[in-house]
Design a protein around this ligand. Sequence first.
Ligand SMILES: Nc1ncnc2c1ncn2[C@@H]1O[C@H](COP(=O)(O)OP(=O)(O)OP(=O)(O)O)[C@@H](O)[C@H]1O
Length: 291
Amino acid sequence: MSTPTTISLAGVAKRYRGTTALDGVDLSFGPGITGLLGPNGAGKTTLLRIAATVLAPDAGDVRLLGRTLRSTEALHDVRCRLGYLPQEMGFPRTFTGFGFVDYMAVLKEWTQRAPRHDEVRRVLALVDLDGLATKRVRTLSGGQRRRLALAQALLGEPSLLLLDEPTTGVDPEQRVALRQVLSRAGERSTVLLSTHQTEDVEALCDRVVVLDRGRVRFDGAVTDLVATATGKVWLADGPDPSARASWRTGTGRHRNVGEGAPAGAEAAEPTLEDAYLLLLGDRARAEGVAA
Ligand SMILES: Nc1ncnc2c1ncn2[C@@H]1O[C@H](COP(=O)(O)OP(=O)(O)OP(=O)(O)O)[C@@H](O)[C@H]1O
């Protein structure tokens, strides 16, 4: 049985004045979690904003949940069935956490108070904020606010979940707990996860799309991208001049990533980060993966 397509982008382009953010992107996504990687300014947020119906492309076709978005009714239907965590979320800071998520649920037309409140409590528990639900948003920490922003995206178990850097500022224990929430969401929904955390993509996604300067540089299985770095990562007592990137690890040995390990070098298991560095080359090194 073929997998249903939830998002289909064909020839999608977007420019902001002189800057090309997306340059003829063709992509489609079905259920499961796809990681979206790329250097700063690659176009990831622009792509997610278009998929969230917040931004219209200059050119190309967008189909979401089987609809073309040409009518107000189609837009309304799609918006009720998608969850979106923007890169930056503005909060009414005097609201409590509960009040904020409840407000978002009202906007999503959860009209009946009792089931709406149950749903708000459910998503707050998913992000481990049930104990802080009555605190005002302005008194929450940065990581707690990020989890609150994620909670509103999870309302109603949306068929399409668009997450722009969900784990920025979230502590390691909570990040791992969120992986469980996201992996469950990926079992029933289409999840697009834009992040600079290659470990999160490796841990959660079967597919990865790498964007660079508004174009798709890689689209395929995470394991296939990692495999491109086989034989290109090695350990040595110092930095290897032939390496593209080299750093001293906590053990005192240097991890070298380059086009090919010298003969006799001690090979290291490649990670997604290594493969990403090799794919994007010097440009990625200059701009940083974990921005
Ligand atoms: N509102 C805007 N006005 C002008 N230029 C913009 C605007 N939003 C984005 N851009 C530009 O479009 C390009 C793509 O930006 P976008 O935010 O989509 O990238 P990104 O991959 O999400 O980057 P980051 O990893 O830094 O969040 C960048 O060159 C950016 O400067």
